[in-house]
Every structure is written in structure tokens, then in C-alpha cells.
Design a protein around this ligand. Structure first.
Ligand SMILES: *Cc1c(COP(=O)(O)O)cnc(C)c1O
Length: 428
């Protein structure tokens, strides 16, 4: 019902529809459990015969309202919250892959996701092949195997800032009878709605722009409801064949377009339990209420900062897809005509040591392991997140030793630029 409103209205009003005498603001249902009149009523919930709350690990009214808001923003049929972005990506894959299965992922993705896919999921018997997202359809198609179950990429990758050709990826996935899963964290549904370009499942680290104020780690999964699991039934037995842990219920038969999210909630969340706390969901909801106002300002400020850096002779290089000479400018304009995100990366002449001197002299921008915050934040991956790697290993990992990741906040752009200028003057 909410999908008919514009994103701005959904940001404010989506998810929570109070009835007569109920709180106007989404309440925090800080309760692990929910009361019933008869044993039979509760039993029906456990059998998925009725819809309702019984234990917050599975579902909670605060979390569900926020999940519904995010689903509406993405134009999907249903969503679920998770305790982190890591859990969202893990659950999205694990909901359709088990030991012996394979999936394909863009190689330019968030470092945590890269480890999850390449190291931890491998220990569970799920193999990944990483591909260059800019490779041709033919090259990417060559990575598919009979046991491949999904294709994965990030709309704008963190920290590489590559832009995904979503239509190309959707075409490749669908030609092979598998869904395209897109991590839409950096663009947010304000700037890009991957379902409109053929993606089937969207994931988020809500920790970033959605929360936006650096208060709560969280994640979300949204299903478009568009992927036809039954058309490829033998690939997805978990959805199309009876689930022994629910007396032989079949998700696609009983839940139709809601099959994927129902299984993710009723089975994967039930058993693995990375649920978001109602308190964090409440804070996330406050963030979402201004997402449509904050994203344009992040993009506007980032554009000004990127242009300033590009014109400064002390700067060796700048990577931001809003710059016309950027490799991804055209793709960014196609998928995100109103702006991409507020994250920029750049290098200074003089390299690594100068980068550190520059950062230590920043006053307004703070050194934190975080991006996509209302406050301007800065990180030097070679000294922080990737500090165990040698310069050669850093280059192999796609992280230049001099790379500074600069997450432009929503302060006044002139103040941010003045801070950069004074720090550059001290550093070089
Ligand atoms: C941060 C991030 C994640 C992981 O999210 P957490 O909330 O930190 O677990 C996943 N994907 C992208 C693109 C991210 O930026």
C-alpha cells in the first residue's frame, strides 16, 4: 500500500500506521515476548498458520515497522532487519545456498563481506568466485557452474567506489536462472532503487546512511518478490521443497511472493538469531525520517569537496563518480541521476607519510572507522583497516598505500573544505 507514495513521504510515514488512540511515534516494543489467551493461539504461530508475534528473536513490532518502511522505500514486497550489515549479507546468501553450492560476487566489495564470502562461507562448504565487475558478460558468464545459486554486487562499492552495472548483472543472473543480490548501502533507495533495474534481493548495512548518525549497527534484507523460484525449483530446494523443521511446509506454496523473506525469518533468523534490537530499530527509524533530506546534502557537499581536491596541486588523484573524468561517471549518471553518495577517496603527492600528517592535522573531520555519518569522517586504510598488509599486498587488494577514504558529512561545505585546506598546508 505504501509503495504508491513518493520516497520522501515513505521516509516520514512509512511502516507505522497507528490506529485510534495509538502512539503517533513508533514505540519501542522492548519486550522479548508476547501474550496469548490460549495455548492453541500460540501453537498456530509456531506452525506459521497465523501471523503474529511470539518471541523477539523472530519478529518484533518495532523492527517489523522499520523493515516495512525500508521495503517500501526500495519498492519491495517485504523486508527484515538484522543485527548488522554482515548478518544481512550472510543471511541473504545462506537463505538460498548450502554446503556444496556456489555463488558469484563482484570482487570490488566491502572488505568484511569479502572475508565473509571468501573465508567464512568456504568453511561452511559454500564456494564463491570473485569476478571483475567491469568484465564482459561473456567473461562473467564463464564463472557460472551447475551449482551456482546467486550473483552479488554493491551499487557503489566500499571503499573502491566502483559503480555496478545493475542491468548487466541482472541479465547475466537471469540468463543463468539465479537471483541478483545487490548491497545498496552507499546509494540508499533515495539515490538508487536496484529493483527498478532488475535486481531481485537488496541488502543494507543500515549502520551507514540509513541510521546516519552513527548510533546503531544494523542491517536489512528486502525482497522484490520478482524472482520465480519455482521456475528454477531444482536449484532452490530450500524454498520449493518441504521444510522438515515446519512439518513439511513449502515456502513458495504457502507464502508465494513472500517465500524468501518468510524463510529468512522463520528458519534462518530462528536458528542463527542475529536479530536487531527494538531500541536500535527505533533509532534507525529516526534516521530514516530524514534520509531524503540528508542524502542530497551529502552528495552536494561531496561534489564540492571532490572538485576542490581535484583542483588542488597537492592532491595526486581523486576518485568520485560525480567527477566527469571518473571511470564510472556515465554509469553513475544512469543509475543515480540525483547523486551517488558522500564518500570520496583520494591520494596526496608524497604518499603514505603525507597522508598520515594530513589526517593528524584535520580538526573538523574526525578519524574514525566509519563512513556515511552526518559528521565528516576520515580513514587511512593502509594505517588502519588494512595495516597488516605490505605496500605490495595493499596494491593487490586494490587499496593504494596513499588512499584516504573521506566520508563527507552534512556540515557546511565551506567549513569542510577550509579544514582540508589548513591540514594540507600543514602536511605539505
Ligand atoms: C559497512 C558495510 C557492510 C557491513 O555492515 P555492518 O553494519 O558494519 O555489519 C556491508 N556492506 C557495505 C557496503 C558496507 O559499507
Amino acid at each position: 500500500m505504501e509503495n504508491k507514495f513518493h520516497p520522501e513521504t515513505i521516509c516520514i510515514q512509512g511502516g507505522w500506521n497507528p490506529q485510534k488512540g495509538e502512539p503517533r511515534v513508533l514505540p519501542i516494543y522492548q519486550s522479548t515476548t508476547f501474550k496469548y489467551e490460549t495455548s492453541e493461539q500460540m501453537a498456530r504461530l509456531f506452525d506459521l498458520e497465523d501471523n503474529g508475534y511470539f518471541y523477539t528473536r523472530l519478529q518484533n513490532p518495532t523492527c517489523d515497522a522499520v523493515a516495512a518502511k525500508i521495503a517500501a522505500l526500495e519498492g519491495g514486497v517485504a523486508g527484515m532487519l538484522t543485527s548488522s550489515g554482515q548478518a544481512a549479507n550472510f543471511y541473504a546468501i545462506f537463505n538460498i545456498c548450502s554446503a556444496g553450492d556456489h555463488f558469484i560476487s563482484s570482487s570490488t566489495i566491502y572488505g568484511g563481506t569479502f572475508n565473509l564470502f571468501g573465508v567464512t562461507m568456504k568453511k561452511l562448504g559454500i564456494e564463491v568466485t570473485f569476478i571483475d565487475p567491469d568484465a564482459s558478460e561473456k567473461e562473467i558468464s564463464a564463472a557460472f557452474k551447475p551449482n551456482t545459486k546467486a550473483l552479488f554486487g554493491e551499487t557503489i562499492s566500499n571503499p573502491g567506489l566502483t559503480v555496478l552495472d545493475i542491468e548487466k548483472f541482472a541479465r547475466i543472473a537471469h540468463n543463468h536462472g539465479v537471483p541478483l543480490i545487490v548491497d545498496n548501502t552507499f546509494a540508499t533507495p533515495i539515490n538508487c532503487r536496484p529493483f527498478e533495474w532488475g535486481a531481485d534481493i537488496v541488502t543494507h548495512s543500515t549502520t551507514k546512511y540509513m541510521d546516519g548518525h552513527a548510533t546503531s549497527v544494523g542491517g536489512a534484507i528486502v525482497d522484490s518478490g520478482n524472482f520465480d523460484w519455482n521456475a528454477h525449483a531444482s536449484k532452490f530446494p530450500g524454498l520449493t521443497e518441504p521444510d522438515d523443521s515446519y512439518h513439511g511446509l513449502t515456502y513458495t506454496k504457502k507464502f508465494g511472493k513472500l517465500a524468501f523473506i518468510t524463510k529468512a525469518t522463520a528458519q534462518v533468523m530462528r536458528d542463527l538469531g542475529s536479530s536487531q534490537s527494538p531500541q536500535n530499530a527505533f533509532l534507525l527509524n529516526l534516521g530514516l525520517e530524514t534520509l531524503h533530506l540528508r542524502m542530497p546534502r551529502h552528495c552536494e557537499n561531496a561534489q564540492k569537496v571532490a572538485e576542490y581536491l581535484q583542483s588542488n596541486p597537492k592532491v595526486a588523484w581523486v576518485n568520485y563518480c560525480g567527477l566527469e573524468n571518473n571511470k564510472y561517471y556515465t554509469l553513475a549518471k544512469k543509475y543515480m541521476p540525483n547523486g551517488s553518495c558522500g564518500v570520496i577517496s583520494f591520494g596526496l603527492k608524497g604518499g603514505r607519510d603525507i597522508a598520515i600528517r594530513f589526517m593528524d592535522n584535520l580538526k573538523l573531520a574526525s578519524i574514525v572507522t566509519h563512513v556515511a555519518d552526518a559528521r565528516t569522517s576520515v580513514l587511512h586504510p593502509a594505517s588502519h583497516t588494512h595495516r597488516q598488509l605490505s605496500d605490495e599486498q595493499l596494491i593487490e587488494a586494490g587499496v593504494a598505500p596513499d588512499l584516504i577514504r573521506f566520508s563527507v558529512g552534512i556540515e557546511n561545505a565551506d567549513d569542510i573544505i577550509a579544514d582540508i585546506k589548513q591540514a594540507l598546508d600543514k602536511a605539505i
